[in-house]
Design a binder for this molecule. Structure first.
Ligand SMILES: [Fe+2]
Ligand SMILES: [Fe+2]
Length: 475
């Protein structure tokens, strides 16, 4: 089951040719996908040869093959981790029963909604990033951007396969609609807010891949626990690819910090204006970008109390992050969880039934993971002898979803009046001027081994290639 068949139009390890109707339906969707890639995918990139990895197996060791590929010829396919015939549902009301190989009638609508919502984020991020190739700070970075883009395209394929295979006509219609909504569109935007924001520059791209692809990791991890086995197996393999996306973000921000710290030391200054004049991004601006991307991303986990979250869990559709490692009863009917609420204009912790707070549980797991990476960024500053420390803002800062959206809160957690917020918001979120400054630094660097002035080179290349490797050929 784990071998991938590359002789077919759609590479797959799900024995697609044994189901001619399904195969035809997906082969019919394929040209629409390619048209979407032409129209909405990376701009002016169709002819480039890009040193990309392609999945050739779903085994953890040696699953990827690296070679030059023109992106429209990338072999987007359908890859699920092998079926484990023994797998049992391990949380919720059906705990102990066999997992489902089909979508049960009573859960169809919810499963379809979960799959569509996940599927919608994948092409959205490609759309958000489509102009970035024009201003890549190096060939190495350009290649990483394109790697992320083709894999998000494959993640769309992963969800479209489930829709076509298990959800009949409704599923096929949803698969078409995934190519019709567009990030930031007035008439038919993407489903979730963060996926309608712009990713206008490379600092935003690194922040996006660090924070927002990490939201992907947590959502996919929760779905990898699902009682609906095809969803669990699909998302498991998507997680293998996702790790690289977060690496691009974490290492990208590290390299920006390293370069800024170098120049701070060379010029013996921490004055943002002097640093901007020297062509690097000041730490205050980086902090404002963190504040923005962090707050927009934690909104993606949804309302802090949600009856849907409870239903999804109890029905076995969506588990918790690392469900299998937890030692409670995996039903949670008698458990509670502390969430933040606004009570008389103040933030108060209140205890609510855990089942209703599962969005918050996942958000808190995400926050823990995020904070760990930010402290690794601070290590870069520490190593250069710089006192400044980056932080993530308070959970209630700049929220648009859930009860915390009803209150203005500073990054350090003070509840503010509207006036106080307005007086300080430019210290906390990227201003037009910040964005214009960062945009002014962006310009494509195409010489192998050369990097834009505002970012340090990486420590090692891709697939053990040297840093000055020709990662992209323009033709
Ligand atoms: Fe993805
Ligand atoms: Fe991703």
């Amino acid at each position: 089951m784990s071998g991938i068949n590359y002789s077919e139009k759609i590479p797959n390890n799900v024995n697609l040719s044994s189901d001619r109707t399904l195969q035809r339906a997906l082969e019919h969707w394929q040209p629409n996908y390619l048209q979407w890639w032409q129209d909405m995918g990376p701009e002016a990139s169709q002819n480039m040869d890009v040193y990309l990895r392609t999945a050739v197996s779903v085994q953890p060791d040696g699953w990827a093959h690296f070679d030059y590929v023109k992106m429209p010829e990338y072999r987007w396919g359908i890859f699920l981790t092998p079926q484990d015939g023994q797998r049992k549902i391990h949380f919720g009301e059906h705990m102990g029963s066999d997992v489902w190989q089909d979508a049960p009638g009573e859960h169809r609508a919810n499963l379809r909604r979960i799959i569509v919502t996940q599927g919608d984020t994948e092409p959205a991020s490609v759309e958000q990033q489509r102009h970035l190739g024009l201003t890549a700070p190096s060939l190495y970075d350009l290649r990483n951007l394109f790697q992320v883009n083709v894999e998000e395209g494959r993640h769309l394929w992963a969800m479209v396969y489930l829709l076509h295979r298990y959800f009949g006509r409704d599923g096929r219609e949803e698969a078409d609609a995934l190519l019709q909504r567009n990030s930031g569109s007035e008439d038919s935007p993407r489903i979730l807010g963060a996926f309608n924001e712009k990713t206008p520059d490379w600092l935003a791209f690194y922040m996006f891949t660090y924070f927002t692809d990490r939201d992907g990791k947590f959502q996919l991890s929760a779905l990898a626990e699902s009682a609906f086995d095809p969803l669990a197996r699909t998302t498991k393999f998507m997680l293998t690819e996702e790790a690289h996306h977060m690496f691009v973000g974490e290492s990208g921000v590290s390299r920006v910090l390293q370069r800024t710290a170098q120049v701070m030391n060379e010029l013996k200054t921490n004055d943002p204006e002097a640093l901007r004049k020297a062509g690097v991004i000041d730490l205050q601006t980086i902090q404002r970008y963190i504040n923005f991307h962090y707050s927009v991303t934690i909104d993606l986990f949804g309302a802090d109390q949600s009856s849907n979250a409870a239903i999804f869990y109890s029905a076995g559709l969506k588990g918790r992050y690392e469900e299998g490692k937890r030692t409670d009863d995996h039903r949670l009917n008698n458990d509670t969880y502390k969430i933040l609420q606004v009570v008389n204009g103040e933030l108060k912790e209140i205890e609510v039934p855990m089942l209703n707070a599962l969005n918050e549980v996942l958000r808190d797991d995400f926050i823990k993971d995020t904070v760990a990476g930010v402290s690794r960024w601070n290590k870069v500053l520490e190593k250069h002898g710089i006192d400044f420390r980056l932080t993530v803002p308070h959970k209630a800062f700049n929220r648009k979803i859930g009860s915390l959206s009803g209150v203005k809160v500073s990054p350090d957690g003070q509840v503010l009046s509207e006036d106080q917020w307005n007086n300080h918001v430019n210290d906390w979120l990227p201003t037009d001027e910040d964005r214009a400054f960062v945009a002014s630094l962006m310009g494509r660097v195409v010489e192998p081994g050369k990097f834009a002035n505002w970012i340090a080179p990486p420590v090692i290349g891709i697939n053990r290639q040297p840093i000055d490797f020709q990662y992209v050929r323009f033709n």
